[in-house]
Design a protein around this ligand. Structure first.
Ligand SMILES: Cc1cc2nc3c(=O)[nH]c(=O)nc-3n(C[C@H](O)[C@H](O)[C@H](O)COP(=O)(O)OP(=O)(O)OC[C@H]3O[C@@H](n4cnc5c(N)ncnc54)[C@H](O)[C@@H]3O)c2cc1C
Length: 345
């Protein structure tokens, strides 16, 4: 059964999250969909520990802290999140809004849609070996959904970032064997994790190889080993049952390009009054949109979200007068935010 909602927000980056807030102030409910398993978009995925200096009223704030604050700020509006699923289809329904479908089979009937898709949905960078894609989700994995699936296996983890090291440490003791392969001896992951991996290696519980995977061995049914050109020992074959590849994520505009919206290169053209796209009822905010003078900054996306919310409200309730109300003084705003009105408000 399709979920009915006022508004679907495609993308849970900072602008998608703030969009929930602006809709909530106008008493509109939203469902938020993101391809990633966590909210936060680029802030969480690309630079969680980095300080941001140009968020108004925060002389400095960590990117993840900004996302955590946004999540706290939208709590009163109880958005429904559908994470780890990409929006694959968006189709108009004869003046009745839009049908939205995701890669996980979720179906929503939305009266309006706001696309806050940033630079696109983040997809894992793939292991580029001829024909290896046919082993995806049986022997080759880009995400760990069920850790127990990998217990008792000869595991090879590829990559040198936090995900690679975290899963190496989480699975090393349960695996039949564990090999971590990274292109060099220098890892991008936290020093503490690298230290733990080296300690496990010293205890004979895993192996760390610096090298480049260039081929794989297989029989009729399955991959049996990975061939690695190592820095220290030349060509090495590593027997393996499961490969966990963590080469990072890269954004792909993906299905958004097929939704019939007018684009400027990889961005959706909007007006600057409503942030509406070429399809009435579909709006776009944040890095995904384009208009003369557009700057891909979080604060620009926040402004766009405020105006898009008013436009959505007007579209859904064309006969209602929509007043601008201050959150400081308006009892209606206080009620929506679930805070007490000061006595003299
Ligand atoms: C290293 C770095 C430093 C930065 N520093 C600053 C700074 O100091 N100040 C500043 O203002 N900005 C900074 N930025 C830019 C800032 O991060 C972006 O402007 C901001 O993240 C845009 O937010 P957004 O919500 O529009 O998109 P994003 O953060 O890109 O989020 C979009 C989300 O949409 C999802 N998505 C896309 N398509 C689909 C789909 N079809 N289905 C489901 N989900 C989908 C993606 O998975 C993603 O999570 C920086 C960026 C980088 C990379």
């Amino acid at each position: 059964m399709a979920i009915q909602t006022d508004c679907v927000i495609v993308g849970a980056g900072p602008c998608g999250l703030f969009q929930v807030f602006e809709l909530g102030l106008l008493d509109l409910k939203a469902h938020v969909i993101d391809a990633l398993p966590k909210a936060g978009g680029q802030c969480t995925e690309l630079y969680p520990d980095k300080p941001i200096y140009d968020i108004p009223a925060y002389p400095v704030i960590g990117a993840q802290q900004l996302v955590d604050n946004l999540l706290a700020q939208i709590k009163p509006f109880h958005p429904t999140f559908h994470l780890g699923q990409q929006v694959t289809e968006l189709a108009p329904l004869d003046g009745q809004g839009f049908r939205v479908k995701t890669s996980a089979g979720t179906e929503l009937m939305a009266r309006t849609v706001i696309i806050a898709g940033g630079v696109g949905a983040f997809q894992p960078v793939l292991l580029k070996l001829d024909g290896i894609e046919k082993y995806e989700n049986t022997q080759l994995f880009y995400r760990v959904k069920e850790p127990a699936l990998h217990h008792g296996k000869n595991l090879v983890v590829l990559g040198g970032g936090d995900s690679a090291l975290d899963w190496t440490l989480a699975l090393a003791e349960q695996a039949a064997s564990m090999t971590l392969i990274h292109r060099s001896d220098r890892f991008r992951a936290q020093d503490a994790s690298v230290g733990k991996a080296r300690a496990l290696e010293a205890a004979g519980k895993m192996r760390i190889l610096a090298g480049h995977v260039h081929a794989y061995d297989h029989d009729d049914r399955r991959i049996t080993g990975l061939r690695v050109k190592t820095v220290a020992a030349g060509d090495v074959t590593v027997p393996c049952d499961h490969i966990l590849a963590f080469y990072g994520l890269s954004p792909k505009l993906g299905p958004i390009a097929d939704w019939g919206l007018n684009l400027n290169k990889h961005q959706i053209i909007v007006d600057t009054e409503k942030f509406e796209t070429s399809t009435p009822g579909i709006y776009a905010v944040g890095d995904i949109n384009f208009y003369p003078g557009k700057k891909k900054l979080i604060l620009s996306g926040f402004h766009e979200a405020a105006l898009a919310a008013f436009a959505v409200k007007h579209r859904l309730f064309p006969n209602e007068k929509i007043h601008l109300q201050y959150t400081t003084t308006s009892p209606v705003m206080h009620q929506r935010l679930g805070v007490e009105s000061p006595k003299d408000a």
